[in-house]
Design a protein around this ligand. Structure first.
Ligand SMILES: *[C@@H]1O[C@H](CO)[C@@H](O)[C@H](O)[C@H]1NC(C)=O
Ligand SMILES: *[C@@H]1O[C@H](CO)[C@@H](O)[C@H](O)[C@H]1NC(C)=O
Ligand SMILES: *[C@@H]1O[C@H](CO)[C@@H](O)[C@H](O)[C@H]1NC(C)=O
Length: 973
């Protein structure tokens, strides 16, 4: 969070509550960034020249194949610089992913080549079935289970094309914009110019080469050796080293991903008409004050992964680059997409994800960078935050008010003001004299605290955390490579730990120990009920260029900040998560919220969309941003309910809670200058509306947790946009204001506009959808159909897709751990053909015992063995899918009688609600038992009927006395 930004020591920005003003001048446009300017100029020259040819080519005689041929390398040269050597390497993974690496070899310097080391979860397994065919013009491999994928590597000019069924899916350098700027010395050009003017015939040739170089690279050394922005100068000791590459999807008309931007899910063109999209999408982790609600500007995190989609196929690409990157997107036709990626430094390391379905792309990306680790279960509950709860008494009072109003909440948060002089870990003794007792009071209601720990360390010898980091030499260094980099942040003059230095890891972990260490600081004033919020880790530096660190500061290994900027925030939250996991006697799942993130962050932490504004536009774009993060693997995502800035009126606050309860991460937060807005402060009827919404979130926790399990194994998003669920329905490709939750069958369309009383909802298929609250049926069609449904302030449109079974827990509790032994309700929403299925996943929610098979994973199914009979069954899914993993770990040790299953053995299903039966049953019994169950039937429409708005028939089976962990069948006949 950031509001009152101190620029140096002198000037102070005061935040004006009514001014919505991104400080655009704080951040570079492409034309203010040397390498982006060069990259765009290259593209413009290519556009103007019909005979444009990429100067890069492969020397076929240099091809070297690994014994199993999954890996092939080649020498690449540029006709403009015949003496400069480049290498290309292609690796084909077992799952068909193609990784393309290119680097300059034997250059004057080394390009940064470690981005993938941080992003990848493990070394990908290479294919064993590749046979290359070496031709005169190209190199080809046909592979895949159906031999439908073909990879073509053209020699001259260098071009890589991935095809499926002979149709081009992804083309690299098809437009000839590839440019890997080689390392050079500052005087090189002058020398050749001298040669050109002094000598005769030979000079002419040099001149020609110069002209050709100018044609390709431009005729000025634009910002090669240093670059200024505002009052800052970037010294660029390595000179130009940018990488430009065009990536074309000739048969895909939509691209998604590359979070984080406040924009539509289907990414707008950056080369078209829209004046607000005149710059490329930028990936450069930045603390953007009052960011715009629709813009290609960079925000706090960067995930360079993109999906390209058409009704035919979905493909993806992952660009493992940690430096600043700009991406131009254009749509030459409705059915094709061109992109141009321009990065400041680093090798080329691009993985082509062949799909062909969204599920395949998610799995391919998950194999590369991992999936979300199952979070602690309580972290799916409601988080109450504010800058700031000002004292431990304040925290106790807020907790008391929630309890008095019977509003569930799991976590109370403390922002920076808990820390004395913003020295994180050190409680301000005047206001928080008893932090352990305060935490224990919160924990007494089975709740947690989350406390902020930012990366800036106050440079003062009375701050042991700074002093130790300084003594051990763990801090980022200034461009001289000596001493400690210094900048300004909340804590005034500050330094930053270099988490790229492995020596910092164990040390940082030790700071979170809740017991005394032999030497050094540890956090004895905390308990295992305190979890952590890592903010400002872009890093945000108030007096730095673009509010961040100078690019020429030096990290471990001698790399410049320029090389690793977008990865930096991930290492900080990774080490924090390790610290929280390892601080006690047994490892427990950490909860760490991070603002800055990179590819791979999903393995470790949750994210939120930063300092949003209390406006309707921000509420709406928050949904799109959470969807985009889910596409890019960063599934545990949410945006601040209420908006960080501003004072939302009750209507807006309620609509925002309706968005929040349907986000994977659900937190309310507010700026220090805002009025208090905890839900218990609302007047009626607003207060009761929010209470009901909070309870609805808690009711649905089993659905969320089950979706998290699936994501942790498959990488499938927790909130899913239409194109993911219905990849062939082109009407859905632009839809980003309604979405599905996991595989549960829940479809939500939050209201994000003022004074709405109804909304339209798109139904993408010929299936019945049930209103979650009223049980009214709506029937879609194969061509898709829009329906209009009421959406008064207390109503949020939620539908159950016919064919789903939802497990819920309907007893209101103060916090989620108190629901552990609560009974379940099953909502059986019959499909138009009378069937349904659903899943329920449970484990202890705290430890890693689920990785030892201590879990319960059930499948509920409804079938119609005959026209008059419906059977609802419960069976063990974990033992029927022995090859399935949970949280990345194979269930080899799974035993249906495991300790967790025994612990919840008594948990029963207290109610089964069947929607859409075609007639009143004659009898409802548990299979194998003679006694009739208690039930009630409310006549209404059958699932197969097409009467939009008609109430479905409802059968309520009361206390069937069946257990969650047991096999059973309920027979309705
Ligand atoms: C690849 O070629 C080798 C030798 O020609 C052959 O033995 C092998 O079966 C081929 N493999 C595949 C997957 O086609
Ligand atoms: C974003 O999507 C909306 C709705 O589809 C559309 O009206 C708008 O023009 C899009 N914005 C941009 C910048 O393309
Ligand atoms: C996370 O930290 C562990 C050590 O605790 C380290 O092995 C791993 O490489 C780190 N990963 C990232 C992405 O920082």
């Amino acid at each position: 969070m950031r509001s009152v930004a101190l620029f140096g020591v002198l000037s102070t920005f005061i935040w004006l509550p009514d001014a919505i003003a991104v400080k655009s001048h704080d951040f570079k446009t492409c034309s203010q960034s040397g390498f982006c300017r060069r990259g765009r100029a290259l593209a413009a020259r290519a556009e103007e020249t019909t005979s444009w040819n990429s100067p890069y080519s492969i020397d076929p005689s240099s091809l070297i194949f690994s014994p199993d041929e999954a890996l092939v390398s080649a020498a690449v040269k540029s006709s403009l610089y015949p003496d400069i050597k480049f290498s290309l390497e292609l690796r084909i993974h077992e799952d068909g992913v193609v990784r393309v690496l290119m680097d300059e070899i034997d250059g004057l310097k080394q390009r940064y080549n470690e981005a993938a080391d941080w992003a990848l979860v493990s070394d990908p397994r290479l294919s064993k079935t590749i046979n290359w065919t070496t031709g005169k013009k190209d190199l080809r491999a046909v592979y895949g289970d159906k031999k439908d994928i073909e990879l073509v590597v053209q020699y001259d000019p260098l071009r890589v094309t991935l095809l499926r069924n002979k149709k081009e899916q992804i083309v690299l350098n098809g437009r000839g914009l590839l440019h890997m700027e080689h390392f050079r010395t500052e005087t090189a050009k002058e020398t050749s110019e001298e040669v050109a003017s002094e000598e005769g015939g030979e000079g002419q040739e040099v001149l020609q080469v110069e002209n050709v170089r100018a044609w390709f690279e431009g005729d000025t050394e634009d910002a090669y050796w240093s670059e200024s922005f505002s009052s800052w100068t970037d010294s660029k000791p390595k000179g130009p080293e940018s990488l430009s590459l065009d990536i074309t999807f000739p048969n895909h008309g939509h691209v998604y991903g590359i979070p984080q931007h406040a924009t539509n899910l289907s990414l707008p063109s950056t080369t078209g008409e829209s004046p607000s999209y005149s710059d490329p999408f930028r990936l450069y982790n930045a603390d953007v004050f009052e960011y715009l609600a629709s813009s290609p500007m960079s925000l706090y995190g960067s995930i360079p992964v993109m999906h390209a989609h058409s009704a035919d196929s979905t493909v993806g690409l992952f660009n493992a680059v940690g430096s600043e990157t700009w991406i131009d997107i254009s749509y030459p036709s409705e059915k094709s997409t061109q992109t141009h990626w321009i990065s400041e430094s680093g090798i080329m390391d691009i993985s082509l994800l062949p799909g062909p379905t969204p599920e395949d792309v998610f799995a391919q990306y998950a194999r590369l960078t991992g999936t979300t680790a199952l979070p602690p279960h309580w972290s799916l509950g409601y988080h109450q935050c504010r800058w700031n709860y000002v004292s431990s008494e304040d925290v106790r009072t807020v907790q008391k008010r929630f309890d008095e109003e019977d509003m569930p909440v799991d976590v109370f948060w403390l922002d920076i003001e808990y820390a004395q002089d913003h020295k994180y870990f050190i409680w301000e003794p005047k206001t928080f004299p008893d932090p352990v007792e305060m935490t224990n009071d919160v924990a007494a209601n089975a709740r947690k605290m989350v406390v902020i720990v930012d990366p800036h360390l106050k440079r003062t010898s009375d701050y042991p955390v700074y002093q130790e980091a300084s003594d051990f030499g763990l801090l980022v260094k200034p461009n001289s490579g000596e001493g400690e980099y210094e900048g300004w942040c909340w804590s005034g003059s500050s330094s930053w730990i270099d988490h790229f230095n492995p020596a910092s890891w164990d040390w940082w972990i030790s700071k979170f120990k809740t017991t005394k260490l032999d030497s050094g600081f540890s956090w004895i004033q905390s308990t295992e009920d305190v979890h952590i919020w890592n903010d400002m880790n872009e890093p945000s530096i108030f007096n730095g260029p673009e509010i961040t660190m100078q690019k020429d500061t030096i990290h471990y290994g001698g790399w410049e900040h320029r090389d690793i900027h977008n990865i930096n925030g991930m290492l900080f939250h990774n080490n924090t998560a390790a610290a929280v996991r390892e601080r006690g006697d047994i490892p427990k799942r950490p909860f760490v919220l991070t603002r800055s993130f990179f590819a791979g962050s999903q393995r470790i932490s949750a994210m939120w969309t930063g300092d949003n504004l209390g406006t309707w536009e921000h509420m709406a774009v928050g949904i799109k941003m959470v969807l985009a993060n889910n596409i890019a693997g960063m599934a545990f995502a949410g945006s601040d309910v209420g908006g960080f800035f501003g004072n939302p009126e009750p209507e807006m606050l309620i609509r925002w809670y309706q968005v929040g309860i349907f986000s994977p991460f659900f937190r309310a937060h507010a700026h220090i200058d805002t009025k208090r807005r905890e839900p218990f402060l609302l007047d009626e009827p607003y207060k009761s509306i929010v209470r009901d919404l909070l309870r609805l979130r808690y009711t649905m926790l089993p659905i969320w947790y089950t979706a998290f399990r699936e994501n942790s194994v498959t990488g499938l998003p927790i909130v899913r946009p239409h194109y993911v669920v219905f990849p062939k329905d082109s009407t859905g490709f632009d839809i980003d204001d309604q979405f599905f939750i996991g595989s549960s069958g829940i479809l939500v369309k939050p209201v994000t506009e003022k004074e709405q009383t109804e909304v339209t909802v798109y139904l993408p298929e010929d299936q019945v959808y049930y209103d979650y609250f009223t049980q009214q049926i709506y029937r879609g069609t194969n061509k898709g159909k829009h329906i209009t449904v009421p959406a008064e302030l207390h109503q949020v449109p939620v539908f159950i897709r016919g064919g789903s079974i939802l497990p819920t827990r309907e007893r209101p509790r103060r916090s989620s751990p108190l629901m552990k032994y609560d009974p379940f309700t099953l909502r059986v929403a019959l499909s138009k053909s009378g069937t349904a299925r659903g899943e329920l996943y449970l484990d202890d929610g705290i430890t890693y015992s689920h990785q030892q098979g201590e879990l319960v994973w059930r499948e509920f199914a409804a079938e119609q063995p005959s026209r008059k009979t419906t059977r609802i069954t419960n069976r063990d899914l974990a033992s029927s899918k022995p090859d399935t993993a949970v949280d990345g770990v194979d269930l080899v040790k799974y035993d249906p009688k495991n300790a967790f299953a025994k612990d919840i053995a008594e948990v029963r299903v207290e109610k089964v609600v069947v929607l859409g039966l075609s007639s009143k049953p004659g009898s409802v019994k548990v299979d194998g038992k003679g006694t009739e169950l208690r039930w009630e039937y409310i006549p209404g429409a059958a699932a197969s009927e097409k009467k939009d708005g008609a109430a479905a028939s409802v059968l309520i089976i009361k206390d069937p006395k069946v257990l969650v962990t047991e096999e059973w069948a309920i027979v309705i006949s």
